[in-house]
Design a protein around this ligand. Sequence first.
Ligand code: GLP
Length: 255
Amino acid sequence: MKILSFKATHDLEKYAATLILNEVQKKPRLVLGLATGRTMVGVYQELVHLAQNTFTSFKEVTTFNLDEYVGLSELHPASFHSYMNEKLFSHLSFDTTHCFLPRGMALNAEAEALRYENEIQKSGGIDFQLLGLGQNAHIGFNEPGSSFHSRTRLVQLSPATKAQNLFAFSDGQIPDTAISMGLATIMRSKKILLVVTGASKAVPLRDCLADVNEYVPASILQRHAAVTILADEEALSLIPESQKKLITRTDHNLP
Ligand code: GLP
């Protein structure tokens, strides 16, 4: 596990975007796992900027998002479908017939979850998975207590997660359930990039680097062979002295 720390969040976003771009340039048919949330807004902005400046094609890239709310249509402004179209897909040359998210309006959410898991496996598996961190240390929508063996499935959102994401729902009505890749699904990705910014992530990041247990879903990442964590100083502020040697301070050394 590699941990890189950044003073300026903007440098971190640029670094994350550069890593993603490098993967696409190395392998135009990349299978890319994507995340949503406020953390990714700046990362996607930078990615759009860099990809446009370098004329990088995304035509052959396949994407799989981590999750989607159950009961929201693709056009609902708070759906992750809308988020992805607005922040990323519409700005670059993605072939959106190869950009997948779970379908929140599927009649049978459990069957949809299975279908989605199969699609990921049929694609050959995720080469590079981007992750954000929930304030309760969730990844995707794998809430505390999720099995480390979990696959894509219907999940119940915790009150903490609903409170964290309520800002996106102008009517104050946030769904109770979602379809999320499982922890085992995420762990099958060949490489993982976890992006963590801001003081609200200091506790979950500290916990994620402590004991590996199912009450801290992100702690499973310690068992993956190719995880990079990019974090700003606020997010790293509670890391105990003994772990500080794991952190590489990075200012402008882009990959
Ligand atoms: C959401 C998403 C996660 C995301 C996390 C962090 O609930 N399901 O994939 O990483 O919360 O969100 P934010 O970046 O807004 O803090």
